[in-house]
Design a protein around this ligand. Sequence first.
Ligand code: NDP
Length: 451
Amino acid sequence: MSSLDLLSVVKQRNPGETEFLQAVEEVYHSVTKVLERHPKYAKFAILEQLVEPERVISFRVPWVNDQGEVHVNRGIRVQMNSALGPFKGGLRFHPSVNYSILKFLAFEQVFKNSLTGLPLGGGKGGSDFDPKGKSEMEVMRFCQSFMLELARHIGHRVDIPAGDIGVGGREIGFLFGTFKKITNEFSGVLTGKGVDWGGSLIRAEATGYGLIYFASCMLAEKGNSMAGKKCLISGSGNVAQYAMEKILHEGGTPITTSDSSGYIYDPEGIDKDKLKFIMDLKAKRRGRINEYVETYPSATFTPRDPDIDYNPLWDHKADCAFPCATQNEINVRDAQNIVNNGIHLVAEGANMPCEPEAVQLFLENGTPYAPGKASNAGGVATSGLEMIQNFSGSKWTSEEVDVKLKSIMENIHKTCIDASTSYGDAGNYVLGANVAGFVRVAESMIAQGVI
Ligand code: NDP
C-alpha cells in the first residue's frame, strides 16, 4: 500500500481523529526509508497492522458526587500493540479525552516503549472525567467505578496502566485499592504506586529527570552542558516539576512554568525554594499557578488568552525549551519565536506538544529537537523497572534506580543518533526515534506471525 493509500485508509477508518492521524503521519514519513530498505516490512503489512489497535475497550463510568447526584463519564482503554510485551501506558483523566487523543498516545507509546529496550507493549487509557474542583471523595468514587470495569481487561501480565495528566499518586492509590479488592490479589498491575506498597523509588521523578538526562546528552553532542542554561518550561505538573528539579541540579535555571490558566515568567529564576512552593501548591493544595506571584512579586503572571494564536511563554530569550504540559502547545509561530530567540535545544517532556509545522521549522533551522517518544521515555522505563522489582520481590535504592534510568536515557539517545546516521540524516532525532522504535516492533511482529 502506498503512503497516500495508507494515510487515506487511516483517515477513513478514524474520521475526525486529527491527533491520531497527526501521530501516524509523522511516523509514516520517517519509516518510508526503512520500508524501502527492508521490503519484508511491507510484505507483512507491518505499518497497516500498527495503525490498527489490537483492542479498544470503551465503558460507562457512573459515579455519585458529594450532593448525591449521579454523573456519567466514558472510560476507554486502547490496547495498541503487544508484540514486545504486555500493554503498557498511562491513564489520563481530562475533559478533552477522546478516542483520537488516546489512540495517538497509545500509538506513540508503542515506539517509546520499544526505544527503552524493555519488554513493554503499548497502550493508553483514561476518561473525560475532570478531577479539577472535585473533592477527594468524589475522585475516589470515580476511580472505584472506573476500575470496576477496567479490572476485567488488565493484569500484571496483560496490561499495566500508570499515571498521566490528571492521574497521579492519589488516583493510582484509589485504582490499585479497587483492583486489589475485586481480584483479591496484590500484584504489580499498576505502576506509579506508593513506595510503601510496591512502588519504585524515583518513579515520580523519572519522566522529568529522564528528560533532562536526554537533553544533557543532546548538549554533550555539541560539546556543551546544562550548566548556566536558562530554560523555558511549560506545565507545572509531575513532568515539569521534576524537570525543573533536575535542571537546577545540573546547574541550569528554569525561568517559566505554567498551568492551563496562564504562565509565570520569573527573570530571577525558579530556585529550589520556589520550586518547593510550586510542588506544594500543585501536589498538596491543588492551587492555580498565579498564586506564585503573590509570594514572589518579582515574577509576572500572564493569563491564557484564547484569542491570540501563539503562547507568549515561548517568546522569552533562553537557551533551552521544554514543553511539559500537553499536546499541540507549540505552533509554528511559537516555534519561530523559539528560533528567533536563539534557543538551541527543544526537548519534549509532554507527548506531541509541537505541531508538525513547528517540528519542520526546528529541523529546517538545525535546532536540535527531541520528540517525546525519545526524551520523555524515562517515565515508562522506570515503570518497567517497577514491574521488574514487583516480579522479583526486590526493592532497589533511589541511587540504583536513578543509575539505571540515566543509562536507559543515554542508550535511547545513542540509539536515535545511530539510527539517524544509518538513514543518512545524523542528529535528526525524529527520524532516529521513529526508525529505531519501529524496527524492534516490526521484527517482533514478524517473528510472532500474522496474528
Ligand atoms: P499533570 O497532570 O501532572 O500536569 C499537567 C500540566 O499540564 C499541568 O500544569 C496542567 O495544567 C497542564 N495542562 C494540561 N492540559 C493542559 C492544556 N490543555 N492546556 C494548558 N495546560 C495544560 O500531568 P503530567 O505532568 O504527568 O503530564 C504532562 C505531559 O507529559 C502530558 O503530555 C503527558 O502525556 C506527558 N507524559 C507524562 C508522563 C508521566 O510519567 N507522568 C510520562 C511521559 C509523558 P492544569 O493543572 O491547569 O490542568
